[in-house]
Design a protein around this ligand. Structure first.
Ligand code: ZN
Length: 214
């Protein structure tokens, strides 16, 4: 039973934000629309590439239904559901952080987000070992955007405190993928036996609803 004990002892794994009633806080509609506010972005960085890769990491989880849509870049504030922006005054970033994600939700449904990035930090998008990797940090922040909290699992993207030059944070760990699959299960995976996602007979929809709420 050693392996069972091992599972129990790593219980402090991925976690998700919850309402006061204990319901999971998550997106209920796809895709999650976002855009880059380019004002103040360090010119030498491939900010767009890093941000797209960060969303793609979560979107690519097998068995999870996650989709992002990138609206055209803007200068500062914009109409998209969520914005990744450079917070020159650090008004939205706590002292010991290099970036910070905020989500807004009603009854557990996230409807907006904001990822503030500190432009005064030494960033890199080329893997520079002495700088913070923008893609890795944004991959972590996108996890927060999806409603995930920090994880204690070593190597997880959602483990806080990424070091300079840490490129491992670009790639989701098993713990991160488990969060995505559990909170955002793929529709076909939810369908009862004999039901396809193409055509949904009433009995299948009923079964789907039953499984969604269980
Ligand atoms: Zn964090």
């Amino acid at each position: 039973m050693g392996s069972v004990w091992a599972l129990v002892s790593t219980a402090l794994a991925w976690d998700v934000a919850r309402t006061e009633a204990g319901d999971t806080i998550r997106w209920v509609e796809a895709p999650v629309e976002w855009q880059l506010a380019v004002s103040g972005a360090p010119a030498e960085l491939d900010v767009g590439g890093a941000a797209v890769a960060a969303t793609a990491a979560w979107q690519g989880v097998p068995g999870a239904e996650l989709a992002f849509f990138q609206a055209p870049d803007i200068d500062l504030g914009g109409p998209a559901t969520g914005t990744v922006w450079w917070d020159a005054e650090r008004t939205s970033i706590p002292d010991d952080q290099v970036a910070y994600a905020t989500i807004w939700s009603t009854d557990g449904a996230i409807f907006a987000f904001d990822v503030a990035v500190d432009p005064t930090v030494e960033w890199a998008t080329d893997g520079h070992s002495d700088r913070y990797d923008l893609q890795a940090v944004l991959t972590h922040e996108v996890g927060h955007v999806l409603g995930f909290l920090h994880s204690d699992v070593e190597g997880a993207v959602m483990m806080p405190g990424k070091a300079r030059g840490d490129l491992d944070g670009r790639v989701l760990a098993e713990d991160d993928e488990a969060a995505a699959v559990t909170v955002y299960p793929d529709l076909p995976a939810l369908l009862p036996e004999g039901c396809s996602s193409g055509a949904l007979p009433f009995a299948c929809v009923l079964g789907l609803l039953r499984r969604r709420t269980s």
